[in-house]
Design a protein around this ligand. Structure first.
Ligand code: NAD
Length: 344
């Protein structure tokens, strides 16, 4: 079953854990340790089947290899999934910590969907291969949202320079889907830089705040993806770019934080065919992982994290130029660069 799974990519290891006493059922997928320990968050999720959990672990761990490599980090790619049960208690998290410890540092965990920074402190009772712990504001680490927003801001700047020959944001119109941890911080930066904003969120208090404090126009959540603007910045959900939404886009650039924006690999080519510049999600949204990695590796203060995030801008410029020169879509160019970096 595993070797034939569509998302199996000669992963270095796929580890299944079950603990009778606590009810833990988890999969840790180690895609690559070529550049360092396989780092990637843990997802606590109600999967329809064990197969669905495996698919998620395989796909997400490969994505982390690409993301960490393109972020210039000395880290490989891995991901854990815990099959949800009613209670996520300390005993279950400690059992998961022991599972991580049994891999002797090959895999390093952090938060993902369904996990909190408090959960990381419980896991840390059993293993030191954990990051994303609560930290003081001055240190590197902690909530990655603002760091991700900083990288997305710089990535959008690379995109408007490449596509619109613009060196600044004055009057550049950005439509943002989702004003959460990343989207709101991004909106604040763009507003401060002179951009015009259109925003949408399912929480009316967030859009109201953006309208009041940032002069943003508010769009309906069903209309935001088709807003006529210079840039669409998806900062809410994955899989927003599919055949129908791509056909309805009214922007020359898509550049946002959301993971897995392309619903299928074919959608990268669809965006390209429409002449729209797409900033590959795992390259532009790497600010958070750069911040988390600095914490885990103990390799840096806030200034060095800022310097590492700044490299997202030239990295994207390189991807855009290569894609233009080769006639390939930007997602394909980024994947190829990442695979070269991880020796595949
Ligand atoms: P968040 O949960 O803080 O914010 C998401 C926001 O999107 C919320 O305000 C939510 O109300 C809104 N939203 C949900 N559905 C929506 C819809 N249909 N239309 C409009 N708005 C909708 O999440 P976040 O941490 O800001 O992350 C945003 C995206 O970026 C996610 O896809 C996440 O995986 C990705 N990402 C986040 C980070 C990070 O550092 N937080 C890093 C990399 C990638």
């Amino acid at each position: 079953m595993l070797f034939d799974a569509p998302d199996f990519d000669a992963h270095e290891g796929v580890h299944w854990f079950a603990d009778r006493a606590t009810g833990l059922r988890a999969i840790i997928a180690v895609h690559s340790t070529h550049l360092g320990p396989a780092a990637g968050g843990c997802r606590f999720w109600d999967y329809a089947s064990d197969g669905a959990a495996l698919t998620d672990a395989l796909r997400l761990s490969r994505g982390m290899s690409y993301k960490n490599a393109m972020a210039g980090l000395p880290l490989g790619g891995g991901k854990a999934v815990i099959l949800k049960r009613e209670h996520k208690d300390d005993a279950l998290l400690e059992a998961f910590g022991s599972a991580i410890e049994s891999l002797s540092g090959k895999y390093v965990t952090a938060e993902d969907v369904g996990m909190t920074d408090h959960d990381m402190t419980v896991i840390a009772r059993k293993t030191r291969h954990v990051s994303g712990l609560p930290v003081s504001a001055a240190a590197a680490g902690g909530n990655p949202g603002p760091s991700t927003a900083e990288g997305v801001f710089l990535g959008i700047r690379a995109a408007i320079r490449h596509k619109l020959s613009r060196d600044n944001f004055n009057g550049v119109h950005v439509a943002i889907q989702g004003l959460g941890s990343v989207g709101m911080a991004l909106a604040e930066r763009l507003h401060a830089a002179g951009a015009k904003l259109t925003v949408a969120d399912i929480h009316p208090d967030r859009t109201a705040r953006a309208a009041r404090d940032l002069g943003a126009d508010v769009a309906d959540i069903r209309a935001i993806l088709a807003t006529t603007a210079d840039v669409l910045s998806p900062c809410a959900l994955g899989a927003v770019l599919d055949e129908a939404s791509i056909a309805a886009l009214n922007v020359p650039i898509v550049a946002g934080a959301a993971n897995n924006q392309l619903a299928t690999p074919a959608d990268g080519a669809r965006v390209q065919a429409r002449g729209i510049l797409y900033a590959p999600d795992y390259v532009i949204n790497a600010g958070g992982i750069i911040n988390v990695a600095a914490e885990y590796l103990g390799a840096g203060d806030a200034a060095s994290v800022t310097a590492a995030i700044a490299k997202i801008e030239p990295r994207l410029a390189d991807i855009f130029a290569t894609a233009d020169a080769d006639g390939r879509s930007t997602d394909v160019v980024a994947d190829a660069m990442a695979r070269t970096l991880i020796g595949r």
